[in-house]
Design a protein around this ligand. Structure first.
Ligand code: LFR
Length: 483
């Protein structure tokens, strides 16, 4: 058995997991979990990147304590699009800006004045989201920081650099910058040059599974790990790792990666770059082995997390039990709406959206929770249905992976709304995908299908059969569209 450390950083917490992989076994255990608390400074919303680096080191130390100091390799994945800038000496220039920061407001229009939105989509396949790296870089164009920057590293690549001293740009995450052509799987040189973005700032591309260096001597000393320890590029975008861990075997499947976001869509061999796809705001992100993640970003459990924060962190189980007793589909909001992107005042914003669209205003915590879960299930339904039409690829089952698999009500509502069976699990999909890409790079598992077969045989999954008529979901969808 080999032991792999998977560093998986989410928007609210980071974890280091140890995956033990044998020819027909796969076990995952949490070594360390730590909070990820963004900090608001006078300059805006920032990631506390040093706290994250410290959490990674603590996690590797804990992983070593679990494995007698022997870890075969380390891989890092995190959320997408955000980056740190380095000066000519390789020193970090400031804390990375959070993708929920307001600096990109109104920036898209400036970009589209140079490259029209339709042309941008045809070239990059990326959905419009205000936080795509392309817009962030445009927002920062005249900043002193960017003027001093010689190197841009995406978050997992930055943390990997601090562990190894080596720089690279991992492809799955690079595809979320909106500077990559999904057909060539290389930089979109034309788009970058027209927008005045210097691609020379990016370190060379690397593929999931490529070697990414070895832990530096200081890191070995600080973590107590016995060297040499390889660092392996994984699908460093957490969603790429999570989709790699969808335990689908010979099925026509859709997936929904649930957590802070819901990422709902299909795995394809080629991007869908049609105008209809752009209008529906589907994205073509790059996945393992030449695959394309064709999906829509839905606000996800962020809506609930922000309410829970506003309510002073009540117990989640109780909220969900209360929500289960509230009548279904009284009021729904558009869970794809970027109006919910920024933090703060979430219960009020949801109530405002219901009032503004002439629906009953949810008052109690149970009612608001129910409104959120119904709205998410409805958004899942729309994304799964529209993806099938736009990509011309029907599906028979929906796989839900990630944190939302713990939310039985959400899984059942999604099955009901889609009118399809839902297979829920694994919960730690991103960490499992991370581990399996490392194991594969070291010759332990085969191709993507082999990885998924191993997951299906070793990881628990819960099945939810659709209940009730989908007509009421169709009606709710029409109601929302009419407003
Ligand atoms: C999920 C995720 C999404 C991406 C968003 C912002 O954690 O990576 O895929 O759109 O965060 O980076």
């Amino acid at each position: 058995m080999k032991a792999y450390a998977a560093v998986d950083l989410g928007a609210s917490s980071g974890r280091v997991m140890v995956g033990r992989v044998g020819p027909d076994s796969l076990e995952l255990a949490e070594a360390h979990r730590f909070p990820n608390r963004p900090v608001r400074t006078p300059d805006g919303l920032r990631w506390d990147i040093l706290a994250l680096h410290a959490g990674v080191l603590d996690g590797l130390r804990a992983a070593g304590a679990d494995t007698g100091g022997r870890v075969d390799s380390v891989g890092i994945d995190s959320w997408a699009v955000d980056y740190g800038l380095l000066d000519a000496d390789g020193a970090l220039l400031g804390n990375p800006v959070h993708y929920r920061d307001a600096r990109t407001e109104g920036v898209a229009e400036k970009v589209w004045a140079t490259v029209p939105a339709g042309e941008l989509y045809a070239a990059t396949g990326l959905q419009y989201a205000p936080f795509n790296t392309l817009y962030q870089l445009t927002a920062a164009r005249d900043s002193a920081q960017l003027a001093h920057a010689k190197r841009l590293l995406l978050i997992p690549d930055l943390l990997s650099y601090w562990l190894t001293g080596e720089q690279g740009t991992e492809l799955t995450n690079a595809s979320t910058t909106q500077l990559v052509d999904p057909r060539t799987r290389d930089w979109s040189y034309d788009i970058a040059s027209r927008l005045g973005i210097d691609l020379g700032m990016f370190a060379p591309l690397r593929q999931p599974g490529d070697p990414a260096g070895a832990l530096r001597a200081e890191v070995l000393e600080e973590t107590g790990l016995r060297g040499p320890v390889a660092v392996t590029a994984v699908g460093s975008h957490d969603t790429a790792s999570a989709v790699a861990a969808v335990p689908a075997v010979e099925e026509r499947f859709a997936y929904i990666c649930t957590g802070t976001w819901s990422l709902a869509g299909l795995e394809l061999d080629t991007p869908v770059l049609s105008e209809a796809s752009r209008a529906a705001n589907f994205t073509n992100e790059l996945g393992l082995d030449g695959t394309v993640r064709y999906l829509r970003n839905i606000m996800g459990l962020w809506l609930l997390q922000e309410c829970v924060r506003a309510w002073g962190e009540p117990e989640l189980g109780e909220l969900l039990r209360g929500a289960a007793r509230v009548p279904a589909l009284r009021s729904v909001v558009d869970a794809g709406d970027a109006a919910f992107l920024a933090p703060g005042r979430m219960p009020e914003r949801i109530a405002d959206a219901c009032r503004g669209s002439g629906q009953p205003v949810p008052e109690s915590r149970a009612e608001i929770t129910r409104c959120i879960l119904d709205s998410l299930a409805l958004a899942h339904r729309r994304a799964v249905n529209e993806a099938q039409v736009l990509a011309d690829r029907p599906v028979d089952v929906v796989h839900i992976v990630g944190g939302g698999t713990r939310n039985a009500l959400l899984c059942q509502l999604t099955a009901d709304a889609c009118g399809l069976p839902v297979a829920a699990g694994p919960t730690e999909a991103a960490a499992l995908g991370n581990v399996l890409v490392q194991a594969r790079a070291h010759g332990l598992v085969g191709d993507l299908a082999g990885m998924r077969g191993l997951l299906a045989r070793t990881q628990p999954s819960t099945r939810y059969e659709p209940q009730g008529d989908t007509a009421r979901w169709r009606a709710a969808e029409a109601r929302l569209a009419a407003r």
